[in-house]
Design a protein around this ligand. Structure first.
Ligand SMILES: [Fe+2]
Length: 320
């Protein structure tokens, strides 16, 4: 097992000076974790400035300390998001970090009621943030957390899915919540795939690709069986890799046979994957991602009308 599994990365922006619990923070240096702040010492504004000057983006926490940290961050989220001295960007990052921590636990036990409740709270905060900020995706766009690609990607997809659904459709609050939860676990089926395949930097063999494609159906079956997820959520998990022309998976259904939430999540999933660095390729810009997806739409991959609306919403976000 990689030693990285014992550590969780915490974005510097999400550590609020003078408001951080008694948890040790570590710096990663040449692959080793070096103590930066002992539990009893306060993290100060000076610390933040020093780290910023050194272009340090992340500090690390031992995974065993995460419960305390999560409890602290989640219970303080409402108050932190209301603080006037925090910039909108800092609030977005704080929300993002709290959501990533929550999703990591969700991937461990997606049927546990306490995790579902925590994720519901995160979705509510995301909706509020999206409603109060004219460019709610800007803070997410700058995040690159290589250690936790799947969790970072998940939170980006969720924020975008919520925004798109909220802007285009008149959904009832319960449906929006279900949609947010479904987005947070859309790749849960990846937990059934071995690390050997997931961490591979080279091209996948046909058999490996076949296994990866099963994440949609396997995630869907597991979560459906848990009885904790509604139809909208399950549709996202199952259909987020379907394509409008029928060339997707797992079922190959096409056109508007693909449930609406499946179509929206497919767009969000592709867009968010393109704008993030991967082990085998660099991220591309927002404009390039939209251009590429426009080409794919012309070839039949996405619903043209929906893509047009999607592109308008994302273009409004003033992303680089
Ligand atoms: Fe997926």
């Amino acid at each position: 097992m990689s030693k990285d599994r014992y550590w969780r990365a915490i974005s510097i922006d999400s550590i609020s000076p003078d408001h951080f619990p008694s948890v040790a923070l570590y710096l990663k240096s040449s692959g080793n974790y070096v103590l930066y702040k002992a539990p009893e010492r306060m993290f100060t504004v000076e610390d933040q400035r020093r780290l910023e000057r050194n272009f340090t983006e992340f500090l690390y926490v031992r995974s065993g300390d995460m419960e305390l940290l999560n409890e602290f961050m989640e219970s303080n989220l409402t108050e932190m998001l209301a603080r006037e001295e925090l910039s909108s960007m800092a609030k977005g990052r704080l929300l993002y970090q709290t959501a990533v921590n929550c999703v990591i636990d969700m991937f461990e036990s997606p049927e546990e009621s306490a995790n579902l409740q925590r994720c519901c709270n995160i979705v509510q905060h995301m909706l509020q943030y999206a409603a109060s900020d004219p460019h709610p995706l800007a803070s997410l766009h700058t995040i690159t957390n290589h250690n936790f690609y799947i969790f970072s990607h998940t939170v980006q997809v969720t924020a975008l899915c919520l925004l798109v659904h909220e802007r285009i459709y008149d959904l009832a609050p319960d449906e929006l919540l279900d949609m947010g939860l479904g987005s947070l676990v859309h790749d849960y089926g990846m937990t059934f795939i071995t690390n050997e395949v997931l961490d591979k930097n080279d091209a996948l063999t046909d058999i490996e690709y076949y296994k990866v494609k099963q994440h949609t159906q396997k995630g869907y079956e597991y979560l459906k069986h848990s009885g904790k997820y509604g139809e909208v959520a399950l549709n996202i998990v199952r259909y987020h890799h379907e394509r409008y022309d029928g060339n997707g998976y797992p079922t190959g259904i096409k056109g508007d046979e693909i449930p609406r939430s499946g179509q929206v999540s497919a767009l969000c999933d592709v867009y968010c994957a393109l704008i993030m660095d991967r082990a085998y390729r660099k991220a591309i810009s927002h404009a390039e991602a939209i251009r590429l997806m426009g080409e794919q739409t012309q070839k039949g991959a996405f619903n043209p009308q929906l893509f047009k609306q999607f592109a308008e919403i994302v273009n409004e976000q003033k992303l680089a």
